[in-house]
Design a binder for this molecule. Sequence first.
Ligand SMILES: Nc1ncnc2c1ncn2[C@@H]1O[C@H](COP(=O)(O)OP(=O)(O)O)[C@@H](O)[C@H]1O
Ligand SMILES: [Mg+2]
Length: 226
Amino acid sequence: MYIECEDLLKTYRSEGAVLTAVDHVDLEVNKGDFVIIMGHSGSGKTTLLSLIGGLTRPSGGRVRIADIDNWQQSDGELAIMRNKKIGFIFQFASLMPTLTVLENILLPLSFSNTPQGDRQYALELLERVGLRGRQDDLPGQLSGGQQRRVAIARSFINRPAIILADEPTGDLDETTEQEILAIFKTFNQAGITFLVVTHNTDLALSQDSPRLFTMQNGLLAASPLL
Ligand SMILES: Nc1ncnc2c1ncn2[C@@H]1O[C@H](COP(=O)(O)OP(=O)(O)O)[C@@H](O)[C@H]1O
Ligand SMILES: [Mg+2]
């Protein structure tokens, strides 16, 4: 099993009460799967992704990626896994405002001297998200949707095996959204595993054989295809 959540639990304490954000979730994902998670706001989708990505420590249960338990690793090993294996696309594009578009895309590599090949790949990704020629702009010179596309390009720079995307097309116009979905599809066909949180049913329809789940009050259930 490639990604395995077993009895995964995340609780928060708020105002003396215990809130169960992720409620004993079991999930098995094969390499190359395209998993789509839908559900109302507050149902636990973001929390589930951050547990899988090793950003949040579970209150109970386990997450294993390629047979390695996220939290049985040292902090250093976990950081390397997050950096090398996983591409994160957060709900809100978080670009560094003082770095150029190109520098932002290269940031996860955190090399002081960027090899020419990486630079070339960054420019190629920029082109694939429809922003050719914008590499020297600062994020502030781009629209919100364009910034989002830069963040998407950035998530692929490490050639990650897994993409965790939290409402990646939420604030994009329809044309951009279709472009992003097409990009996801080509990367998925190349073997990258996707877990995507979305409200967008087009996303399911645009992929070859998506696995659809719904979250409700922290519980994850398989959904019939649309
Ligand atoms: N850091 C936190 N501290 C306390 N409660 C949180 C925290 N993060 C999320 N929650 C709560 O957990 C529940 C699930 O949140 P979230 O995973 O963000 O849902 P979704 O992404 O589906 O909107 C919500 O009730 C939310 O308020
Ligand atoms: Mg969320």
